[in-house]
Ligand binder design. Structure first.
Ligand code: MRU
Length: 359
């Protein structure tokens, strides 16, 4: 089994997702700056995975006692927090993880430096561990939604690669398969970064779970021919009313699912729920470089001078979502009451302010 992200004495080790499926290369990151760059450039991606990376980035930033004095600790923490949360704006898991690290930092801010450093490392490891546990629990809850024999359409990669392990939407698929169900997956290619064809197909194929890659615009045809029984996707941020931001292209899959009477499910940990965003209109949508769309495999596929845009996420309105699967259970419409109950004191995300940068 591969590992998406690990902490070692050498530094943070992560599987470089830009190189898959051709090459399995692990990077060793020794500073918070290197972690921030890896998140920005998508060597690691997926909402829960970048949350874990951010937590480890902060722990890395406190590995060395250089320049340490009581007066420098808070400025150091704040500058690491800014660096890491500024990398990608849509997935709320990033600021959620940084806030967790902040709470631990405040508990130990006056301790001797080695104690502070080891508390931050422990917290980062806990964020990673709890993510895997949450995915396993989500898998158990979500597997019950899948028929015994079914074909699932997924968009982007919400698998082991997008998390600390096991996956959210793909964790549900894995759990269903482990319980004896027969599940075949259609993976949308997911232009332009190709998370579906490069990553979802790679990890499911390794696990022996049947997966077929389709280009994004083939989905309508598959629905029409009744080849899809269930849609299952992950999320980058879920607003209080259930509106869900996920990879660009998810919304059109949800519209198609509704048009064809196919249930559309979202699987995400409570760390992805943002009760401070009342609706999806408040979710910041990352704009990435148009060059990522205008080039395929290093070759330009759009004439010079023609404008290209690259919103990296879209928002699926809650009315198109049949259920949201979390590690604490399955929430059905109307979502607000269920999400608020799940995220009450001590559970998942409490409302936060100020809003993260990048709106
Ligand atoms: O741009 P990415 O690859 O980070 O986008 C990832 C997604 O949209 C995933 O579906 C989402 O983060 C859920 S991952 C469990």
């Amino acid at each position: 089994m591969f590992s998406t992200i690990e902490w070692t004495d050498e530094g943070v080790i992560l599987l470089d997702q830009r190189r898959l499926p051709e090459q399995e290369i692990y990077l060793t990151l020794r500073s918070a700056e290197e972690v921030a760059e890896a998140i920005r450039d998508m060597a690691i991606r997926g909402a829960p995975a970048i949350g874990v990376a951010a937590a480890m980035g902060i722990a890395l930033g406190f590995r060395s006692a250089d320049d340490d004095s009581p007066g420098t600790r808070r400025p150091r923490f704040e500058s690491l927090a800014r660096l890491l949360t500024s990398t990608r704006p849509t997935a709320v898991n990033l600021s959620w993880a940084v806030e967790r690290m902040r709470r631990r930092f405040e508990e130990h801010v006056s301790d001797p430096f080695p104690r502070l450093a080891s508390a931050l490392k422990e917290e980062a490891l806990l964020v990673r561990h709890e993510d895997i546990e949450a995915n396993r629990a989500m898998g158990r809850h979500g597997a019950e939604l899948l028929p015994d024999d079914c074909r699932v359409l997924t968009h982007c990669n919400a698998g082991a690669l997008a998390t600390a392990g096991y996956g959210t939407a793909l964790g549900v698929v894995r759990a269903a398969v482990e319980s004896g169900k027969r599940v075949a997956v259609y993976a949308d290619e997911t232009r332009p970064f190709l998370q579906g064809s490069r990553l979802t197909a790679w990890e499911l194929h390794r696990d022996g779970i049947p997966v077929t890659v389709v280009t994004d615009e083939m989905a309508g045809h598959l629905f029409q021919r009744r080849k899809i029984d269930v849609c299952l996707v992950g999320a980058d941020r879920i607003a209080r009313n259930g509106d869900t931001a996920n990879k660009i292209g998810t919304y059109q899959v949800a519209v198609l699912a509704q048009a064809h009477g196919v249930p559309f499910y979202v699987a995400a940990p409570t760390s992805t729920i943002d009760l401070a965003a009342v609706t999806g209109a408040e979710i910041p949508i990352e704009e990435r470089s148009p060059l990522e769309v205008a080039h395929i495999g290093g070759r330009r596929v759009v004439p010079e001078g023609v404008p290209v845009i690259h919103p990296a996420f879209d928002v699926t309105p809650h009315r198109l979502i049949a259920a949201i699967v979390t590690e604490r259970g399955v929430v059905r419409p109307p979502f607000e009451a269920g999400l608020v109950a799940l995220c009450g004191p001590g559970a998942g995300n409490a409302p936060r302010s100020p809003r993260p940068a990048g709106r």
